[in-house]
Design a protein around this ligand. Structure first.
Ligand code: NDP
Length: 322
């Protein structure tokens, strides 16, 4: 059977993917977008989003993603349920050699251009109570949710640059920040370590593991244990932040797209171009620094513009071949 062919295939449905879709649809690229395993992406597990420009009263994460989807569909985006399970990108793509992807392990599609917007997933501790209270006091993004804990006591787990940066961010908003470090040292850069160690309202608890997040409707505390002494104690906090790293959702592109050692896809400076012509990447799949909805959306726009320019060149090549 001849595979379905599309001009522009978008993989992923977070702010990056839908923004790329809005621009691509308006440029008449007839984008087909596959939503992936979590339609709407990470924002669908957030409660209120207060820092996305244009929503003066804030907006629920799921509602914002619905709005983005609706806007993309309004201009003709074909947004579909389904997950891209494998890809075969041709290194010398051109009019006769489009890229191939397989959806849900059976449906083959060829595409002239591909926009990867598969995002990243926060790592979690894996405690049932952490999952149960997710979005109700448990968060993996201090910049997104810290504001809801203004003048309250919170805890943050992790000891890398992200945890140190987020602890520092929270210390400017919250009354007290407990930083839960599982070993007797931190992985964060020396500068960031100094920063958290000199903040008066940050208390670092070394050799400390989290046993449980407490609370029914919202977080009321965290039960922790000192791994050296075995002593357990409850921290009276209303917010619990997890900052133990992220995993970019890029495994299916390994071997095709150049990545850094953590799996983030590399782009040419100042663009969304990858090492494969016709394949572009935006959002958290290529960004381990900013990771915000607005920055993801910005790079989604860039990816659509880059893909549009690529398609124009491809069309010119096609015409020359006729
Ligand atoms: P990292 O992988 O660097 O650090 C993760 C931290 O979480 C480690 O301290 C680790 O502890 C801890 N951790 C992991 N699993 C658990 C667990 N189950 N329980 C308790 N603690 C746990 O991730 P980051 O997100 O901090 O950073 C990712 C990359 O991004 C790094 O290269 C970092 O330098 C970079 N970055 C740079 C920034 C900047 O330059 N401004 C800002 C933010 C990040 P342990 O040390 O014991 O393994």
């Amino acid at each position: 059977m001849t595979p379905e062919h599309v001009k522009c295939l978008i993989i992923g449905s977070g702010p990056a993917g839908y923004t790329a879709a809005i621009y691509a649809a308006r440029a008449n690229m007839q984008p087909v977008l596959y939503q992936g395993p979590q339609p709407g992406g990470q924002l669908t597990i957030t409660t209120e989003v207060d820092n996305f420009p244009g929503y003066p009263q804030g907006v629920d994460g799921p509602k914002m993603m619905q709005d983005l989807e609706e806007q993309a569909r309004r201009f003709g985006t074909d947004a579909r349920y389904g997950m891209v399970t494998s890809v075969e990108f041709s290194a010398n793509s051109g009019p006769d050699t489009p890229h191939r992807v397989i959806v849900d392990e059976k449906h083959e599609i060829t595409a002239d251009s591909i926009i990867v917007s598969t995002g990243a997933s926060a790592k979690w501790l894996g405690l049932p109570s952490e999952m149960r209270l997710n979005g109700r006091g448990v968060s993996a993004c201090a910049v997104c949710d810290g504001f809801f804990f203004r003048n309250q006591d919170v805890a943050i787990v992790g000891a890398g640059d992200t945890a140190a940066e987020e602890a520092s961010y929270l210390s400017n908003i919250c009354r007290k920040v407990y930083m839960l470090v599982r070993r007797d040292s931190m992985r964060a850069s020396r500068f960031m370590q100094q920063r958290v160690q000199t903040k008066e309202n940050i208390e670092i608890l070394w050799n400390t593991e989290t046993l449980e997040v407490l609370g029914d409707e919202g977080v009321t505390g965290v039960l922790v244990r000192n791994a050296v002494t075995g002593e357990q104690r409850t921290l009276d906090v209303t917010g619990f932040f997890v900052a133990i790293g992220h995993n970019p959702n890029t495994a299916i592109f390994k071997g095709f797209l150049d990545m850094d050692e953590n799996g983030y896809i590399l782009t040419e400076k100042g663009s969304t171009r990858t090492n494969v012509p016709g394949v572009f990447v935006c959002g958290d799949a290529q960004d381990n620094v900013y990771r915000q909805a607005i920055t993801a959306a910005g790079t989604g726009c860039m990816a659509a513009l880059d893909a549009e320019r690529y398609l124009v060149t491809l069309e010119m090549q096609e015409q020359m071949m006729v």
